[in-house]
Design a protein around this ligand. Structure first.
Ligand code: E4P
Length: 217
């Protein structure tokens, strides 16, 4: 399973990319709004750091506007993926952009029916939001199971990009269900490393080693 980071922070992306486990980046207008500077330039810098897909979202809500912004975003760098919302105009734009060879990530997906529409429109990625479903008392992971099953049934090439991941269990569950990608905030990627027994074990190994060296000296 591929691991993407969900952030617009160049500093955080550089730190995670240096670990060698980063496959791509997702951004959204809320995340990019927090960063200083021009968003196109920020996306270009992100693409230069990460050797993988980088999603940048349109803010237009009409078909023509999405097409114009989508073409513009796709020209920023060869890694760019155009993110469009799951609306009627978004699905229409997805189909048209995909027809021009532009890769599209359909976002704000909250049902299997919506994911099916995105796959039929030729999306490269579909982004179901598990955390936001959990927030409203629905089990987000049930949606991932349904989408993976449907895409497998028909061999849709669209990749399931599990979004709105809030903790490591979301990532483990997504991997068990066979989702293609998880995108999560830098703090959640950081949490993946942590286990108290790893820290305790390492401390003991190092203490034992130091003791043995002192005896030999
Ligand atoms: C995905 O592409 C979105 O940017 C993101 O995962 C949304 O996460 P949130 O629900 O934590 O804002």
């Amino acid at each position: 399973m591929k691991l993407f980071v969900d952030t617009g922070s160049i500093k955080d992306i550089e730190a995670i990319a240096a670990l060698g486990i980063l496959d791509g980046v997702t951004t959204n207008p809320s995340l990019l709004a927090k960063e200083p500077g021009d968003f196109r330039e920020n996306l270009r810098r992100i693409c230069e750091i990460v050797n993988g897909p980088v999603s940048g979202e349109v803010t237009a809500t009409d078909f023509a506007g999405m097409m114009q912004q989508g073409r513009d975003i796709s020209k920023i760098h060869k890694h760019m993926i155009v993110k469009v919302p799951l609306t009627r105009d978004g699905i229409r734009a997805c189909k048209a952009l995909a027809g021009e060879g532009i890769r599209v990530n359909v976002t704000l997906v909250f049902s299997a029916a919506q994911a099916l529409l995105a796959a039929k429109a030729g999306a490269t990625f579909v982004s179901p939001f598990v955390g936001r479903l959990d927030d409203v008392g629905t089990t987000g992971m049930d949606l991932i199971r349904e989408i993976v099953e449907i895409f497998d049934n028909y061999e849709f090439p669209t990749e399931v990009l599990v979004a709105s991941c809030r903790h490591p269990i979301h990532i483990v569950e997504a991997a068990r269900l066979g989702a293609d990608i998880c995108t999560c905030p830098p703090a959640v990627i950081d949490q993946l490393f942590n286990h108290p027994l790893t820290s305790i074990g390492l401390e003991k190994f190092l203490k034992d080693w130091e003791k043995s060296q002192a005896v030999k000296a």
